[in-house]
Design a protein around this ligand. Structure first.
Ligand code: NAP
Length: 649
């Protein structure tokens, strides 16, 4: 009985490699093994006996009897090796909900079940082509996808599955997007590996619990290969802009490749160019005068050897922290310029390798992968939502917004002190005076320890200018440097990037959004811009934690549903009504007021200069996923051939 665990993994019962199974049962995550056992056996009695000890979501049970653990291992061993093997049936919803709650030691509502069936990979979604009564997309309807990163690849897989004609335009010579471009030392992902992947292309062989950049890139290359997607991609080609042709109901898209500028036509455009893909150098006087190597983290030159050099790193977000952690021990001296503070959180799993027995379990033990993914999802995303939602009854200090948020702050403080307790001077410089999560947290992969080293200084007084051989501080000192690294982030707020987009009636998206005020309906569609869809657009980034991957999938699903709705009605174009667009944005703005990102002390790239939070999604992943299941026809205007315009409502 072969069970496809996702990305090439095969779990076949009965398991005959008893030694490997024993190893996996010893090394595997206990709660996941319990879920696997109950899933296959339906032995709720054992679930109950464990539930008594599984009470703290964030700590391993200290009083769990060894005998009980051993009993689980033995029972699971017997179950997985028995011949004939047990049949694995879909779980009843109430049992699944109980298992999820016991497994993470806190209540998980049953609204998570449909999400988890898909996202954890318990159920493979049926092909859209097999949907009864579905109209086939017209042969002359073509979709253009911008970017072959995670979003573009997911779009390709789902458009192909739905029978749409499409092509992807990618500026780089390879797939991967951010993960192709970011190759700075220490580059990695702060969302857990076993969650940060496409639910329909899961991967059991991650080397670390948080992917290194190169492994993330290898995964995306693997997705392109496995789904044979390169045939659809124009590499080395950049989209410059697009103009809506209302008489023909299509986009004329200007692309630039090695041969120059061309126009390609597409009925619909999906923009997967990502929120964090356009890097920027800071506006520091004298930046061009520096004589040594100077580079942005997203524009890294691996040929430059920094060993034994005096290096300056400007910026202390995720990229800066990773590069500092990675370089500190090999350079002669490192000076880190921190403009404002960041919360740094210790995560014991961040740097851990996935051991071979655990990889074996992910590959060979049926249901281990989806239950492990559920666990990774919960503790990296919606399980953390309570940390970012303001409690109106909170009467504690103004550095927190709720008891849960205060607990998280204390946890982070303790983690920072545990590494830098011997350096109160450094701790003082980096300890934030704003609530945790009000700005993107930095997961510690050695950053704190690096700041405690003798060859590392942290400067917090500000930069006056850059000179040919170093950086001059605001208090007049010159920090000598052989190389400068700009870990200064991306042009996030200008979400249209460099694209010139002219929609219906000559409307310019760039002008409407300006440099920092993007808005969309459900984070994906814009009134006035028919058949144009953003992936992870305004107010759809799950800043309560990880989950970019899930919003990518949610948006792609929604976009294909919306195209199907268009086809079903025989229309040629579709856009949200002004009312739906405004109502959604009003709702989002109101809900954002209750989130940590709007706290008076919060300053981050999530907000624009007027204080509006344009990036973060105020909802849980489960809420967005549910909202994105299917479009509401009454929220759309349909454009028909010949110019008829119909509001479905
Ligand atoms: P970032 O979070 O925007 O951090 C940029 C840093 O540069 C901040 O410390 C910022 O200071 C500083 N900075 C900007 N302009 C400056 C200036 N003129 N002078 C001095 N300092 C300046 O950028 P990032 O670290 O590249 O991260 C970008 C996004 O990618 C984040 O969402 C991040 O989480 C994500 N990312 C994720 C991973 C991962 O998954 N591990 C890895 C890399 C990046 P202020 O704080 O004062 O603004």
């Amino acid at each position: 009985m072969p069970l496809d665990n996702g990305f090439g993994a095969r779990a076949t019962l009965p398991i005959t490699d008893h030694a490997a199974l024993r190893g996996a049962l010893e090394a595997g995550n206990l709660q996941t093994l319990l879920m696997v056992y109950v899933h296959i056996s339906r032995d709720e009695e054992l679930l109950d006996r464990f539930a008594r000890y599984l009470t703290n979501p964030y700590a391993a049970p200290s009083d769990l009897p060894d005998g009980l653990v051993q009993e689980l291992r033995e029972k699971l061993f017997a179950l997985l090796t028995q011949d004939p093997p047990p049949t694995i049936e879909p779980l009843p919803a109430d049992l699944m909900q109980r298992m999820m709650s016991v497994g993470v030691a806190e209540p998980v509502a049953d609204e998570f079940i449909p999400l988890m069936l898909e996202q954890a990979g318990f159920e493979a979604p049926p092909s859209r082509l097999s949907r009864a009564g579905r109209k086939t997309p017209p042969a002359d309807f073509k979709v253009l996808v911008i970017g072959a990163g995670m979003a573009g690849l997911a779009a390709a897989i789902k458009l192909e599955d739905a029978g749409y004609k499409f092509e992807i335009v990618e500026k780089n010579p390879e797939v991967g997007g951010t993960w192709y471009e970011n190759v700075y030392p220490g580059v990695g992902v702060d969302t857990p590996s076993h969650f940060y992947s496409l639910s329909f292309a899961q991967y059991p062989d991650w080397n670390n619990y948080h992917p290194r950049g190169r492994d993330m890139q290898a995964y995306l290359v693997g997705v392109a290969d496995r789904f044979d997607l390169r045939q659809y991609i124009r590499f080395g080609t950049r989209v410059q802009g697009m103009r809506w042709d209302d008489s023909r109901k299509l986009w004329a898209v200007t692309i630039v490749d090695a041969d120059g500028e061309h126009i390609v036509e597409a009925n619909a455009v999906i923009n997967g160019h990502g929120p964090a893909n356009r890097w920027k150098l800071p506006d520091i006087p004298g930046i061009d005068s520096f004589q040594g190597p100077a580079m942005h983290t997203a524009d890294w030159d691996p040929s430059i050897d920094l060993k034994g050099k005096r290096v300056v790193v400007i910026g202390t977000g995720a990229s800066g922290a990773q590069v500092v952690a990675s370089l500190a021990s090999e350079v002669a001296h490192l000076t880190v310029f921190q403009r404002s503070k960041h919360w740094v959180m210790k995560n014991p799993e961040y740097v851990n390798d996935v051991t071979e027995p655990v990889k074996w379990a992910l590959n060979h033990v049926p249901q281990y992968m989806p239950w492990f993914r559920f666990r990774a999802f919960w503790f990296a995303s919606d399980g953390l939502y309570k940390w970012v939602k303001m409690d109106p009854a909170w009467e504690g200090n103004d550095l927190a917004i709720s008891q849960a948020n205060e607990d998280a702050r204390q946890y982070a403080l303790a983690g920072m002190a545990s590494v830098l307790g011997h350096r109160p001077d450094v701790l003082k410089k980096i300890t934030p005076d704003f609530p945790i999560f009000s700005k993107r947290i930095v997961l510690d992969a050695g950053y704190l320890a690096a700041l405690g080293r003798d060859n590392v200084d942290i400067e917090t007084g500000g930069i006056e200018r850059i000179v040919e051989d170093g950086v001059v501080t605001k208090d007049g000192r010159t920090v000598p440097a052989d190389a400068i690294i700009f870990a200064t982030g991306f042009r996030m707020a200008k979400m249209s990037g460099d694209l010139e987009i002219v929609g219906r009636d000559g409307r310019s998206l760039g002008e409407e959004w300006g440099d920092e005020d993007p808005r969309a309906y459900l984070g994906t569609a814009m009134e006035g811009f028919p058949n144009l869809f953003w992936v992870v657009g305004p107010n759809s980034v799950p800043n309560h934690a990880g989950g970019h991957n899930l919003i990518v999938e949610g948006h792609i699903h929604y976009i294909v549903e919306t195209l199907d709705m268009l086809v079903e009605k025989g229309a040629r174009a579709i856009e949200p009504t002004r009312e739906a667009f405004d109502a959604y944005n009003l709702q989002v703005d109101g809900d954002l007021k209750t989130m940590v990102w709007s706290h008076p002390r919060a300053r981050s790239y999530y907000r624009n200069s007027k204080g509006r939070v344009y990036m973060s999604c105020p909802y849980r992943l489960v809420d967005m996923w549910t909202l994105l299941r299917e479009p509401k026809p009454e929220d759309y205007v349909f454009h028909f051939p010949g110019g008829n315009k119909v509001r479905a409502g």
